[in-house]
Design a protein around this ligand. Sequence first.
Ligand SMILES: Nc1ncnc2c1ncn2[C@@H]1O[C@H](COP(=O)(O)OP(=O)(O)OP(=O)(O)O)[C@@H](O)[C@H]1O
Length: 238
Amino acid sequence: MDLHLDDIVLTYPDGDSTLTAVDHVTLTVPSGTTTALLGPSGSGKSSLLAVAGGLTRPTAGEVRIGDTTVVTPTTTLAEATAMRLDRIGIVFQQPQLLASLTALEQLELHEHLRGRRAHEGREEAESLLAAVGLGDQLHRRPGDLSGGQRQRVAIARALMGSPQVLLVDEPTSALDHERGTQIIELITGLARENDAATLIVSHDESTLGSVDAMCLLVDGSLVPSSEPVAPATRQGGE
Ligand SMILES: Nc1ncnc2c1ncn2[C@@H]1O[C@H](COP(=O)(O)OP(=O)(O)OP(=O)(O)O)[C@@H](O)[C@H]1O
């Protein structure tokens, strides 16, 4: 199902006035495709991603998945949490893994939080860890994995339960160019296979050759000429 951000506004209190972090953004990410959201520091990328994932309520506008409205200015915390567990996978800038759990257990814990018994998700967890190239590292803890491998565990965890939407915040900031490019290629491939509408926040355009579209956010607004365009490296291809 497609992800729709409809006329999203997000303001934060700023002394006696307000700061507009997201300013009337409208964006659609089609199912099975990946859109990268670029922009300078402070342009509102993480704020927009937080609204898309129901982590922050918008001041105005709404988020829809397919025909279903999932986030509005009046969505409650409980509604947003239930919606997120049901429909959305999130990969944060830092993998946010628990030091004492193995790669497999990180994914099983996620299933437990979604209300399933841990072992019910074991087969899916093993298959996702294999899909991210960690089929032989199932029983390793984060301390025994590289930065890129930890980020792969976080990506596999976000895909548990086949979410309709995958949101990814700066997944490559701790990685070198080659590993960063590989992680983005992995995400775009998995988004396609899993039919997930995927939005990736990034600073680094050079790693984004495999994404389907790119948007530029400046001062909270989408720059009109950048509204989803295919990345330069793929123009004329395929
Ligand atoms: N919780 C908050 N309270 C007040 N202002 C905030 C809050 N979070 C973000 N802001 C402000 O909103 C604006 C957008 O911030 P945001 O983190 O979304 O930008 P960004 O593009 O993700 O930046 P970066 O690339 O540095 O992570 C900035 O001016 C920031 O200072």
